[in-house]
Design a protein around this ligand. Structure first.
Ligand code: URA
Length: 219
């Protein structure tokens, strides 16, 4: 069997157009969030192509159809990294209403650029570990430090590396390198790969601070 590529960049005109709205410093909070939500649908669809399905007979008004439905033995965890990851969560829950949401609270130390944990919803995973899938959500894959920490957290709870999918809007080459070198089996789904990080760990050209733009907390 061929190895799957671990990084998938969405390359779609609708995504690109909405990305231009998101990047624009003159887009207000409402415009920014609406454009981001439109892209989120594509990201979540792409991120869930690996979810297992089973066959089920369904009666239509005119006959019988053999359909594919989600395998209820599999457990899906949606894990938004607070606070910016919450913007993906609403759409992810809408598309995957049976999933559990496992919030991860982390902020970035501005000096060291290392993540500081302040919240971890679930201390252990009790389900059959082989059947647990995790969608880690964070719009910005910048240094990759939080991403690596979050993946490590789920692996330490028994989740299989290949069942973890990292979903981001914009990624930096540095972040992709850091995450893929630490965990090559984690799949990364992103709308765009940008040029680089600046000295403060922001993605260039990026969109600025995602949390501030989503929650209207720019000074
Ligand atoms: N977090 C953000 O919100 N923006 C970046 O550019 C990098 C990290």
């Amino acid at each position: 069997m061929e190895d799957k590529l671990s990084v998938k960049i969405l390359n779609h005109p609708v995504v690109k157009h909405n990305l231009s709205i998101i990047r624009d410093k003159n887009s207000d909070c409402e415009r920014f969030k609406n454009a981001l939500k439109r892209i989120t649908y594509s990201l979540i669809y792409e991120a869930t192509t690996c979810l297992p399905t089973v066959k089920k007979d369904i009666e239509t008004p005119v006959g019988k159809a053999l359909c594919d439905v989600f395998d209820t033995n599999a457990q899906l965890i949606i894990a938004p990294i607070l606070r910016a990851g919450m913007i993906f969560c609403e759409v992810a829950q809408e598309l995957l209403p049976f999933a559990n949401v496992h919030h991860i609270g982390m902020y970035r130390d501005e000096e060291t650029l290392e993540p500081v944990w302040y919240y971890d919803k679930r201390k252990e995973i009790k389900e059959d570990k082989d059947k647990v899938f995790v969608l880690l959500l964070d719009p910005m894959l910048a240094t990759g430090n939080s991403a690596v920490d979050a993946v490590e957290n789920f692996i330490s709870k028994g989740v299989k590396e290949e069942n973890i999918i990292f979903v981001s809007l914009i990624s930096s080459p540095e972040g992709i390198k850091r995450l893929t070198s630490a965990y090559s089996k984690v799949e990364i789904i992103t709308a765009c790969l940008d040029e680089r990080l600046n000295s403060k760990g922001y993605i260039v050209p990026g969109l600025g601070d995602a949390g501030d733009r989503i929650y209207n907390t720019l000074d």
